[in-house]
Design a protein around this ligand. Structure first.
Ligand code: 9UX
Length: 72
């Protein structure tokens, strides 16, 4: 079964920022979909909890260079 996570992502100033975050998330195993909204500072992710979890996704966003917080 898939799960959904919403993150606040602070520090993105252009759409290329959002693109690099999206790409990094989609490289992880167990990701169904990732949509990053630069205007609203949000990342919405659909994932398979058997393969990846919220904290791994959050750390991946941080490793791209942005401050990420799990909202729900
Ligand atoms: Mo370009 Mo967006 O270096 O912060 S990717 S500004």
């Amino acid at each position: 079964l898939e799960a959904k996570a919403l993150f606040s992502v602070i520090g993105m100033t252009c759409s290329a920022c959002a693109g690099s975050v999206e790409k990094a998330i989609k490289r992880l195993p167990g990701i169904r979909e990732a949509a990053v909204d630069v205007l609203n500072n949000r990342a919405q992710v659909l994932f398979y909890p058997n393969f990846v979890n919220e904290e791994t996704i959050r750390e991946t966003i941080e490793n791209v260079g942005f401050q990420a917080t799990l909202i729900e």
